[in-house]
Design a protein around this ligand. Structure first.
Ligand SMILES: [Fe+2]
Ligand SMILES: [Fe+2]
Length: 192
């Protein structure tokens, strides 16, 4: 199993912001799950010739939709509604680092998704730790474990289609970029 560490940890200010406005966090979180599902389906459409990607990304799209459904249920119970999508600093900045040429496009996407999933796993873990009520605490702990699996899935797909040196070199670059973005990101009650 391939693994790596993120270059920086999420600070205590982030979890404080989330807990101070958990309703806003839930609304942003729901949108994140829906977008993760859409992105997985975009991979299915983009790589019809790659069986592993097609299979894994359909499963992933369904799992992210299931997460979306669960977050929406929590929101509805609290009387919360979805809000229109806003551009996200974290994802937007990360996308700018993606190379668009056919040779690198797949590698960059797989590595970026892996890093985003790993950051999600870290942050849902923090939310799970901070929450008190057992049902929702358990939900976030389950989500952290799921996003951790997704991080592993994307890094192993990267190694499937590219040689080790190509993967580790680019991974190192993208991890550095992600750490800079995380530090620049405005702290708010949102996943990123
Ligand atoms: Fe998810
Ligand atoms: Fe995920």
């Amino acid at each position: 199993m391939y693994s790596y560490e993120l270059k920086c940890k999420t600070g205590p200010q982030w979890i404080r912001a989330v807990m101070a406005d958990f309703d806003s966090f839930l609304i942003d979180h729901a949108a994140n799950e829906r977008k993760a599902s859409t992105l997985a389906m975009s991979m299915v459409v983009h790589y019809p010739d790659k069986d592993d990607i097609v299979r894994e990304m359909i499963d992933l799209a369904m799992e992210e939709m299931a997460h979306f459904r669960e977050v929406i249920k929590i929101m509805l119970k609290r009387g919360l509604q979805q809000t229109p999508d806003k551009t996200n600093y974290y994802i937007g900045s990360f996308m700018k680092a993606m190379r668009k040429d056919p040779k690198h496009y797949l590698l960059d996407r797989l590595l970026m998704f892996s890093i985003v999933e790993k950051r999600g796993a870290e942050r849902f873990g923090l939310v799970g730790e901070a929450l008190i009520k057992p049902k929702i605490k358990d939900f976030y702990q389950r989500l952290a474990a799921a996003e951790y699996r997704h991080y592993e899935l994307f890094i192993s797909l990267a190694h499937k289609y590219y040689d080790d040196l190509t993967v580790t070199t680019r991974l190192e670059e993208l991890l550095q970029i992600e750490a800079v973005i995380v530090k620049q990101c405005p702290i708010k009650a949102a996943v990123h």
